[in-house]
Design a protein around this ligand. Structure first.
Ligand code: C2E
Ligand code: CA
Ligand code: CA
Ligand code: CA
Length: 270
């Protein structure tokens, strides 16, 4: 029996080693990526449905790996959160996004994603204060996007941080709304400035009456709570028409603009 066990172990070993090795080498590269200046930000326009113009941009992290090329945030952000380097990377993204926005010809808003991990160190309010001070960005132009993940662990502590951020004059958006377990209770606990309707609902609108009903309900909920609503992932003119009919404040998606380099984003504001 022992010999069989060893044989089985040997059989699986090479494949397991390959996966573990790949993860380990990505982890090593990720730890060095910030110092090696391998990150950049892409900026995706957010378009106001009231004015039809660009009201701001969301900053999205990009990692250009020297050998593997671009690596999706969906791959490296969870890993960066697991090994803790997201805190430093997130600070860099915040500072870089604020600096970029401060250079724009118009006072458009800049939205920056915050990882739940950044809420845990007890330094977030300080970090945001410093980024604003270093870049001179008007706090009213900064929107911080958080997901339910940030609100899950310790509600009181998180509420203290959110109120601290609000106290700086920045705005707070609830990202990926509707995909978690208790989004509604969070709206009751904290007055978000904006709700971002997850792209899964927008994508489903064409084929599913349910998705249309959900988008409509969220748009009304936002309106009655005094929160702006942004529909994410709008790719087609039909989706845009439907979103407009539901009364969302804003759209963000490939139809109105893909994530783009900083210089192109700045050029849209001249
Ligand atoms: P998210 O915050 O929900 O960002 C929106 C994602 O949807 C972006 O993917 C964007 O490129 C994509 N997108 C926008 N419009 C469309 C569309 O019309 N169709 C489709 N199919 N996709 C669209 P991206 O850039 O790959 O980012 C993925 C996720 O990674 C983000 O989702 C966010 O959760 C995370 N992320 C990105 N940058 C940062 C960052 O600086 N910090 C943290 N903590 N997370 C980040
Ligand atoms: Ca986001
Ligand atoms: Ca989102
Ligand atoms: Ca998302």
């Amino acid at each position: 029996a022992k010999a069989d066990g060893r044989a089985t172990y040997r059989f699986f070993e090479p494949a397991m080693n390959a996966a573990v090795q790949a993860r380990r080498s990505l982890e090593i590269d990720l730890r060095r990526a910030l110092a090696l200046k391998q990150f950049s930000l892409a900026f995706q326009p957010q378009v106001s449905l009231e004015t039809g113009t660009v009201s701001g941009f969301e900053a999205l992290l990009r990692w250009h790996h020297p050998e593997r090329g671009p690596i999706s945030p969906a791959t490296f952000i969870p890993l960066a959160e697991e090994i803790g380097v997201i805190v430093g990377i997130g600070e860099w993204a915040l500072r870089t996004a604020c600096r970029e926005a401060a250079s724009w010809a118009q006072p458009a808003s800049i939205a920056v994603n915050l990882s739940p991990v950044q809420f845990r160190g007890g330094k977030l309010v300080e970090t945001v204060t410093l980024a604003l001070a270093q870049t001179g960005l008007d706090p009213a132009r900064l929107e911080l996007e958080i997901t339910e993940g940030a609100l899950l662990d310790d509600t009181d502590g998180v509420l203290t941080v959110l109120n601290g951020l609000r106290g700086l004059g920045v705005r707070i958006s609830m990202d990926d709304f509707g995909t978690g377990y208790s989004s509604l209770s969070y709206l009751q606990k904290f007055p978000f400035d904006k709700i971002k309707i997850d792209q899964s609902f927008v994508r489903g609108m064409a084929g599913s009456a349910e998705c249309g009903a959900i988008v409509r309900a969220i748009a009304r909920l936002g309106a009655s709570l005094g929160m702006r609503t942004t529909a994410e992932g709008v790719e087609t003119a039909d989706q845009l028409d439907a979103i407009r009919a539901e009364g969302c404040s804003e759209v963000q998606g490939y139809l109105t603009g893909r994530p783009m380099p900083a210089d192109q984003a700045a050029a849209l504001l001249t």
